[in-house]
Design a protein around this ligand. Structure first.
Ligand code: MN
Ligand code: MN
Length: 174
């Protein structure tokens, strides 16, 4: 029995209901858009993060997608024994992250990823005191390996391991 988050958990706690998949990324159908408002798509997110560099990054990713690229995006939080909790126990991520693979054409998948594929890893502090709303998202770029170390997850796991080891060690600089 996994407890469910509720709106009351977030009310008045000082964190935004931060969409991991942004509503503006799911506009093809009403149903797809509504699904981004489930609390299972939310993390408590500091306003300076969510409304600042995080939102700027999301906007820039949509701009890249409009040029005809296919973007594969994973978003989430990093957690520790000392992470804050709000409401009935919703855990506040210490940092929020995104792993973004930029594929050259719509419809491409893991088999199209090569050592030349642009991969962007970003990790941002999730407390207002640690991040400015006017910060530049580019300054939060890290390797995917660093995000894997912080989360314990293996991202881009459908990509050939030899390719993963190259693209996950790199920090995007484009
Ligand atoms: Mn957001
Ligand atoms: Mn990996």
């Amino acid at each position: 029995n996994i407890p469910q988050a509720s709106l009351a958990d977030y009310s008045g706690r000082g964190y935004d209901r931060g969409h991991m998949c942004p509503s503006a990324d799911r506009t093809l159908t009403v149903t797809a858009n509504q699904q981004t408002f489930y609390l299972t798509n939310m993390n408590p997110q500091a306003a300076n993060n969510n409304q600042g560099p995080w939102a700027d990054l999301e906007n820039d990713l949509r701009t890249i997608a409009r040029t005809g690229k296919e973007l594969f995006i994973i978003s989430g939080g990093t957690f520790s024994a000392s992470s804050n909790k709000i409401g009935s126990g919703v855990v506040v991520p210490d940092q929020t992250f995104k792993v973004i693979a930029v594929l050259d054409a719509v419809g491409q998948g893991p088999s199209a990823v090569t050592t030349n594929t642009r991969v962007i890893g970003v990790m941002m502090p999730n407390e207002n005191s640690q991040i400015s709303i006017s910060a530049d998202w580019h300054t939060f770029r890290v390797s995917v390996d660093a995000i894997e170390a912080a989360t314990g997850d293996d991202f881009l796991s459908d990509v050939d391991p030899a390719v993963q080891s190259v693209i996950e060690a790199r920090v995007d600089n484009q």
